[in-house]
Ligand binder design. Structure first.
Ligand code: NAD
Length: 447
């Protein structure tokens, strides 16, 4: 665990490196990331093993994180092409131009569920755009951050441009309070996102804080049953349900039992310890089990029960198997709160209007999806969903680069998105310059 004094030391080191790094042309800065991307690819075995060790996710999920980190890095390599500024002759002989300048020393605070991918949402873009970056990973997954630092150095990033501080609340507060840190990106639970957003902005920093989620997947009676059932089970169980884009509530419109039957079969087939990893901690396992117990006690029906699973040889592991709970009412806790485990609550709705009403009532707004073969229904959900990312026949509607990632409502505080084109605005400040070198242009009101 680092201390507030170490945050200060890291900030001072970053400031010493800032002038030279921000003055390096962007086309040179991104050369580091071309090399870094190939290092990620070359070291994928080792890097994914590290994620499995610290987080517990299965090998294929850990590998997907590294491939996504490489894709995020690839996007940063394209920044010279898309963050090139603008210039226009606005009146005879007078030009306006917009230049993008870095914000300065910036920080990223990240959650436990993606030890590599989520830090890469911010690191390559912020640094390629000329900032010096301090990463504070989750104290539950401290390993990947150190390797990221080593590989960035190996790729040629100058000292002080990227640093890691470890720790929890005390270090986060030191980041939010430090006068020389200009911007903070945060990803984690809504409760912490609110605390960090308030504290950082009250210290006059820019802040983008992504929070938790409760994603609704609406299944219409005409949905392709094979696709819907396999996608929904994959969405709710991937990373043991510890994804902010995971299916959490399925809103089954009218007759959807044939889809639910297939989901039961697919979920029951999954082998804990092989197809689905453990959750992060004993507390998380207890919390998730409590949600299931309470839903059952409130009258919901557990169709597939992941409580009490035991993985031979790993009896003390924090495993929870896929859990599907039917006949959940929208007013139950399990329908409203983020469970963050491989648990799907099925809420029945008589029609699409009622389904949208249920989706719209959630205070969160990360993702929403619809399974249907009807273009008109799909279009309606695209328009009416109260979520920043919407899927049609897609269970995990994460936009891929260059499209930006970001939710609505209590899933995101601040303006703009954290990745893709949307992040350029956050990691830079624009300078508007007006010039006149043509004396013969004469005089006008702006002379
Ligand atoms: P968390 O809020 O507990 O922790 C996130 C970060 O904040 C960590 O670095 C942690 O050390 C720090 N932190 C924790 N408590 C703090 C406090 N009181 N004051 C200051 N800092 C504090 O989140 P988590 O459990 O690590 O991650 C899971 C959560 O993250 C879920 O809610 C999930 O939905 C969310 N998440 C959201 C997105 C998104 O894109 N919206 C992506 C990934 C994860």
């Amino acid at each position: 665990m680092s201390t507030a004094a170490e945050v200060d030391a890291a900030t001072r080191a970053a400031r010493r490196s800032l002038d030279a790094w921000s003055a390096t042309p962007i086309k040179e800065r991104v050369q580091v990331f071309y090399r870094y991307k190939s290092l990620l690819e070359r070291h994928i075995d080792e890097l994914s093993a590290l994620i499995t060790r610290e987080n517990g996710k299965i090998d294929s999920e850990a590998r997907a994180e590294i491939l996504k980190a490489a894709e995020l890095t690839e996007f940063a390599c394209s920044l010279p092409q898309i963050a090139s500024g603008e210039v226009l002759e606005v009146s005879k002989g007078v030009e306006c131009r917009i230049e993008r300048h870095p914000v300065g020393v910036v920080a990223g605070i990240t959650p436990f569920n993606f030890p590599s991918m989520v830090p890469h949402w911010s690191i390559p873009n912020a640094i390629a755009l000329g900032n010096c970056f301090i990463l504070k990973p989750s104290e539950l997954v401290p390993l990947s951050a150190g390797r990221i630092a080593e590989l960035l150095r190996e790729a040629g990033l100058p000292e002080g441009v990227f640093q890691v501080v470890h720790g929890g609340k005390e270090v986060v507060e030191a980041i939010c309070d430090h006068p020389d840190i200009a911007a903070v990106s945060f990803v984690g639970s809504t409760k912490t996102a609110k605390v960090v957003y308030r504290r950082a902005t009250s210290n006059l920093k820019r802040c983008l804080a992504l929070g938790g989620a409760k994603n609704h997947l609406i299944v219409m009676p005409d949905a392709d049953p094979e696709m819907a059932s396999s996608n929904i089970v994959a969405s709710m169980t991937g990373c043991a349900g510890q994804r902010c884009m995971a299916a959490s509530v399925m809103v089954a419109v009218s007759k959807s039992d044939h889809v639910i039957e297939r989901m039961i079969t697919a979920a029951s087939r999954m082998r804990p310890g092989v197809d689905i990893g453990p959750v992060i901690s004993a507390e998380a396992k207890a919390r998730i089990s409590r949600y299931i117990d309470e839903a059952e006690a409130a009258g919901a029906k557990v169709l597939v029960d992941g409580r009490n699973v035991v993985v031979p040889g790993r009896e003390r592991g924090y495993y929870i198997g896929p859990t599907i709970i039917d006949h959940v009412r929208p007013d139950m806790k399990i329908a409203q709160e983020e469970v963050f485990g491989p648990v799907l609550a099925i809420v029945r709705a008589p029609d699409l209007d009622k389904a949208m009403e249920i989706e719209n009532a959630s205070p969160y707004g990360n993702a929403a999806s619809v399974y249907t073969e009807s273009g008109a229904v799909a279009r309606h959900v695209m328009e009416k969903a109260s979520a920043g990312m919407v899927g049609v026949n897609v269970g995990v509607p994460v936009p891929r680069e260059p499209f930006s990632f970001g939710g609505w409502n209590e899933s995101r505080f601040g303006v703009g998105d954290i990745t893709g084109r949307g992040s350029i605005e956050f990691w830079t400040q624009s300078k508007k310059i007006t010039t006149k070198w043509n004396r013969s242009a004469g005089t006008n009101w702006m002379s």
